[in-house]
Design a protein around this ligand. Structure first.
Ligand SMILES: Cc1cc2nc3c(=O)[nH]c(=O)nc-3n(C[C@H](O)[C@H](O)[C@H](O)COP(=O)(O)O)c2cc1C
Length: 249
C-alpha cells in the first residue's frame, strides 16, 4: 500500500506510477486515518509526499503516527524542487524506513522573492524525474536499504529548527488574494485538500486561518487570478500534467 499527499500532482503521480509498477494501490491520505488500514499482509508500505520547508507536510507526519506494526518493506519518496533537508530521515523517526528516495520535480511555490523554476527548467526537471522514478522503482523492487535524497546545506537546522516555524507561522491563508480575472469556476475550492476555500458570491474566500500551503488553489486556477503575497504575480504556475513537454503547451 502506498499512501500519498499531494497539492499540485507531483507526488500523486509518483505514488500512482510506483503503485502500478509494484502491482500495489495508491491512497490519498486526505480524509483517511492510518488506523483504518490493516497493513499486516502488505509486501510494500510506501509514503510519497512533497517537501515543505525541508520537512514532510505536517498532515503526512500526523497520518504516519497512526501506522501500526508491519513486516512490509517500508519506503518513502519525497518530491521537491531543490533540496529536501532531512525530511525523509525525520519521517523515519515516526515510521522506520528501509529506504528513502528523493525526486527533484518542478517547483509549485512561486511566492518567495527568488524564482526556482520557469517553464523551461520545469520541463527539463520532468524529463529527468521520469528517468529517476524508474530507477527508484527498480531499487524499491530490489528492496535496497538506502537513503538517497539531496539534503542541501544546513540540512539538520533547516528541518529541525526552521520547519517548525513554517508550521506554526507561515501556513497562513491571509496573504491569498484574488483578482478580477477570476471566472468563478470553483476549481480552487475543489482542489483545496484543507477545506480552506469556499466560493461565496462567485469568488473564492479563504475561510480558515491556516491551511497546508500546498498552493493547489493558486496553481490550478485557470485564470491565474489567485496570488499569495506580493511575489507570485505573473510567475509560472505549475501543476503536474504528465512527464512530457507536449502535455503543457
Ligand atoms: C509551502 C511549500 C514549501 C516548499 N518547500 C520546499 C523545500 O523546502 N525544498 C524544496 O526543494 N522544495 C520545496 N517546495 C517545492 C515542492 O516540494 C515541490 O514542488 C513538490 O514536488 C510539489 O509536490 P506536489 O505537486 O505533490 O504538491 C515547497 C513547496 C511548497 C508549496
Amino acid at each position: 500500500m502506498i499512501f500519498y499527499f499531494s497539492g499540485t500532482g507531483n507526488s500523486a503521480a509518483v505514488a500512482q506510477i510506483t503503485a502500478k509498477e509494484l502491482g500495489d494501490t495508491a491512497i490519498d491520505i486526505i480524509g483517511k486515518q492510518a488506523e483504518d488500514y490493516d497493513l499486516s499482509q502488505e509486501d510494500y508500505l510506501g509514503f510519497v509526499f512533497p517537501v515543505y520547508a525541508w520537512a514532510a507536510p505536517e498532515v503526512m507526519l500526523r497520518f504516519a503516527e497512526g501506522i501500526g506494526h508491519t513486516d512490509a518493506y517500508v519506503f518513502a519518496i519525497a518530491t521537491f524542487s531543490n533540496v529536501a533537508g532531512m525530511a525523509v530521515e525525520q519521517f523515519s523517526e515516526i515510521v522506520p524506513l528501509k529506504s528513502g528516495f528523493g525526486i527533484v520535480m518542478p517547483d509549485n511555490y512561486p511566492v518567495t522573492d527568488h524564482i526556482i523554476d520557469t517553464k523551461e527548467s520545469s520541463m527539463r526537471k520532468l524529463g529527468e524525474a521520469k528517468v529517476r522514478l524508474a530507477e527508484v522503482i527498480a531499487r524499491i523492487r530490489n528492496r535496497d536499504e538506502v537513503f538517497d535524497v539531496k539534503r542541501g546545506e544546513n540540512a539538520r537546522e533547516n528541518t529541525y529548527v526552521k520547519a517548525p516555524v513554517f508550521n506554526s507561522e507561515w501556513r497562513k491563508t491571509k496573504p491569498y488574494h484574488v483578482s478580477d480575472a477570476c471566472v468563478g469556476c470553483g476549481l480552487c475550492e475543489k482542489k483545496c485538500p484543507a477545506g480552506a476555500v469556499r466560493m461565496q458570491e462567485g469568488k473564492p474566500v479563504w475561510i480558515k486561518e491556516d491551511c497546508y500551503l500546498c498552493m493547489a488553489c493558486l496553481n490550478f486556477c485557470p485564470a491565474e487570478a489567485i496570488d499569495y503575497g506580493i511575489h507570485s504575480s505573473g510567475r509560472w504556475r505549475y501543476t503536474f500534467k504528465g512527464f512530457s513537454e507536449e502535455n503543457y503547451f
